[in-house]
Design a protein around this ligand. Structure first.
Ligand SMILES: Cc1cc2nc3c(=O)[nH]c(=O)nc-3n(C[C@H](O)[C@H](O)[C@H](O)COP(=O)(O)O)c2cc1C
Length: 192
């Protein structure tokens, strides 16, 4: 089984990176395989709204754009669970996360339901006033709902909670691994 962490921040040592690392630590503590994708290092452009509003995304579940998107979406589908970690910008996700989720949603709602039932943790890091952390989580949640993903928890982080929330994120990631293991055991018993 494998967990995927996708994070988006230009800062390698900021609040978002700290929260991402807490998720990595929880997964490694559990002993599960974990891949990290730093969106700011990838080339994932915004949806070009091809065709008359839908392109290949609606018929084939892939994107016509020649960038890093299709490979990442394939990795998301292969992963057993995904942790999404974003800074809060303008009460919303950071732009690289928004560009990714906009395109994933298009691919995962029409031709195929590539994210249906996928277990997800949402983490929003608001290092300014803390305003907008709930709206940011809400914005991510709406995309997850459209795709019928299974959001297991939503974790808001602010300057006030920056000391204690990484521990909660670590526990949440650990617990998600535990759930996946229990699910797998249940499936094996059903077939067994
Ligand atoms: C363009 C921009 C918009 C921001 N908007 C908000 C906001 O709405 N609410 C908030 O609490 N912080 C806001 N911030 C602050 C970031 O959430 C904060 O710097 C956060 O720690 C960024 O993550 P980082 O530590 O990984 O850089 C904003 C920062 C930027 C650059």
């Amino acid at each position: 089984m494998s967990m995927l962490i996708i994070w988006a921040s230009p800062n390698q040592d900021g609040l978002t990176a700290k929260c991402k690392q807490a998720a990595v630590d929880g997964i490694l503590e559990y002993g599960m395989e974990c891949s990290e994708v730093h969106l700011n290092r990838l080339n994932i452009g915004r949806c070009q709204v091809c065709g008359k509003g839908f392109g290949l995304c609606s018929t084939q579940g892939t994107c016509v754009m020649d960038d890093d998107f299709n490979r990442l979406y394939a990795l998301m589908k292969r992963s057993d669970a995904i942790v999404l970690v974003t800074p809060v910008y303008w009460h919303d996700m950071a732009e690289p996360m928004k560009a990714l989720l906009d395109r994933v949603r298009r691919c995962a709602t029409k031709a195929e339901r590539g994210m249906e039932g996928k277990k997800i943790l949402l983490v929003a890091c608001a290092g300014g006033t803390g305003n907008g952390v709930v709206e940011c989580l809400q914005s991510m949640e709406i995309v997850m709902k459209h795709m019928h993903a299974n959001v297991r928890d939503r974790l808001p982080v602010t300057r006030f909670s920056a000391d204690y929330m990484p521990r909660a994120i670590r526990s949440a990631a650990w617990h998600l691994c535990y759930e996946l293991t229990e699910d797998r055991k249940g499936q094996e018993e059903d077939h067994g």
